[in-house]
Design a protein around this ligand. Structure first.
Ligand code: CA
Length: 216
């Protein structure tokens, strides 16, 4: 029996290329190709065996979908991230949320069918650059003493941003103060919420205050 694969990708050229790779591989069926998180969520009631998931999507981050799937559906469907993002924070967030594999789009993904089959068989396909990123994190963890909850995972930039949020700055003002685009600020804010395990600004402030993350 063929495994049902869904591609979540908002770039039609990449979606088509990946779709061909899936369709050409024995044992895989392309169930659907969608371009948004909302469409992907609507497919969760169907028999999906594996999602090939882009992270930068028009209606949010694919990482939120990973977390949602793992919270409500357990270990299945499998999730293989396919993203241009290769920075440590994003990679770790996806892996810790429950991604089964992570492929960097910079790589020529000619053998995507094989990678999908590998993930379905219980493997963890990682691009070499992504594997290096995970190993570097493990080494760092091993050489650092334990820190307070939350503080350990916030990057210096996120910490800086948290201080501004605590002073009542709106996203637009934070963007101006740090010379970032509003879009980037929104992504940082989501990342902070995720790391602190909260879902809004008020909870983030309470958690940050309790953890001693706010400067007096
Ligand atoms: Ca995208």
């Amino acid at each position: 029996m063929n495994a049902n694969v869904v591609i979540v990708e908002d770039d039609p050229r990449i979606a088509a290329h990946v779709g061909q790779g899936v369709a050409a591989h024995a044992g895989l069926s392309l169930l659907a190709t969608v371009g948004t998180l909302a469409e992907a969520r609507a497919l969760l009631d169907h028999a999906v065996d594996l999602f090939i998931l882009d992270l930068g999507l028009p209606d949010g981050s694919g990482i939120d979908l990973i977390a949602q799937i793992r919270a409500h559906h357990g270990a299945m469907p499998k999730i293989l991230v396919l993203s241009v993002l290769g920075d440590q924070e994003t990679v770790l967030a996806a892996v810790l949320a429950g991604a089964d594999g992570y492929l960097h789009k910079a790589l020529n993904n000619a053998n995507i069918g094989e990678q999908v089959a590998d993930a379905l068989a219980g493997g963890a396909p990682l691009s070499p650059s992504i594997a290096a990123c995970v190993l570097r994190y493990l080494r760092e963890q091993n050489s650092q003493p334990e820190k307070e909850d939350g503080e350990a995972s916030l990057s210096p930039r996120e910490y800086e941003l948290l201080q501004l949020l605590a002073r009542g700055y709106r996203n637009k003002q934070v963007a101006d103060a740090l010379s970032l685009s509003p879009h980037t600020v929104a992504e940082y804010v989501q990342s902070i919420y995720r790391k602190l395990g909260v879902s809004n600004r008020g909870e983030a402030m309470v958690r940050a205050f309790r953890n001693g993350l706010l400067r007096r």
